[in-house]
Design a protein around this ligand. Sequence first.
Ligand SMILES: Nc1ncnc2c1ncn2[C@@H]1O[C@H](COP(=O)(O)OP(=O)(O)OP(=O)(O)O)[C@@H](O)[C@H]1O
Ligand SMILES: [Mg+2]
Length: 402
Amino acid sequence: MATRDPGADEGQAFSRDIERILSALKKHKISVKGAGFIEFVDREEEARAILEGIAGTRPQMSYDFIVLYGPKGCGKSALFTAISSAMGDVGSDETGFEAIVASYERWERAREAVKILGSRGVFKALGEVLKELGISIATGSEGIVLSGLEEAASKIVRAIRYSEKAREYGRIFIVLDEVRVARENFDSFVLWLESFANDVRSANLAYYERKRGYITVIALISDAIAAKAWYRVGEKVGWALMWNLSRDASERLADQLGIGEDRDLLWRLAGGNPRALERIRSVGLEAWVRWSLRRVVTALRVFSDRWQTLFKAIGAVAENPDSLGLWYGNRELPLADRLLRLNVVTEIVGPPGPIAELPKEPWVGGEFAFQIPAYYYALKAILGRGGFNISSSDLVAEAERS
Ligand SMILES: Nc1ncnc2c1ncn2[C@@H]1O[C@H](COP(=O)(O)OP(=O)(O)OP(=O)(O)O)[C@@H](O)[C@H]1O
Ligand SMILES: [Mg+2]
């Protein structure tokens, strides 16, 4: 990892590049169905942390392989789309960074076809090297199409490693959006993480010697259960937590989306989750609250036959989300596992841990946090009623009360 340290001059050049990318990021617009083009809000801290980690100017963020995890819909994919677009605005040959973004084709239900986009220099060379290596690729209308994200990822890393012709790339980061944890096969996910992280490390040793370049792989993961792999894989990879928007940023987004709800209530329900705000805009608050409630009830109902224990457990969790740790892998009531699996809560692991400050709110602990506060208030409403027979207005009343 020490080899990534860019030294003073190069470090300064990276800092300048990062500032230029960040100012382009501020001007980035995104398109929202029904609302037209809106401003991409905030995320300066997150982008800075990621880019400095890639450059090597922030050692605690500098890993060969980073798992970037966080609540569903918190904006992981959008952030990297915005960063690569900002890099494009600055000019692809103008910065020391090159991006390759591999994502599943939207139409591809089987999750096989992978679309790869990249900044110009690296993208062209990548195609040539893949061909040279005899790796078959299909070229889609917008990019290279490979099969399976994991397979695509190793092919890209191999291609960069063996690329003799490629120009001096600088820092290449490869974004894998989004890596899924096979429910029935957690072990294979852990194995993949370990072995791929090793591949990237050894590719970097070779690549650095030849070019002084460095590859960073960033796997975007929204399966909260993935954080459990931290106990086995540990610091072989970096575990960076991205959270929902800050209160201030989420109000700016709500304003742009033209959401009329009371801002305080909106925060207590959506907690700055941008996808939640978009849904509230399109289906209305009540329908969205009902959907959130259903998710929590579905998560907890399987424990109905252990009601006494469940009641006690959710009582403690409502006091402090960290008490979920007591029911992690618990034989009688594997509550933490269930809430992680259904993406109701997120476990906070690290290092480096959170890449921006998490809000100090009752739904956020130091080890576990509810992905969306509405889930937390659903739990409290269930507790208050002593059962699952609650309505969306019970949930809202609970959020308003506290
Ligand atoms: N900073 C932002 N400003 C404005 N809108 C945003 C921002 N971040 C995300 N969004 C919007 O919120 C929605 C959810 O974002 P995105 O799909 O990136 O989340 P995600 O974390 O990748 O979700 P998943 O976990 O399902 O993969 C998107 O429609 C996106 O355009
Ligand atoms: Mg995503």
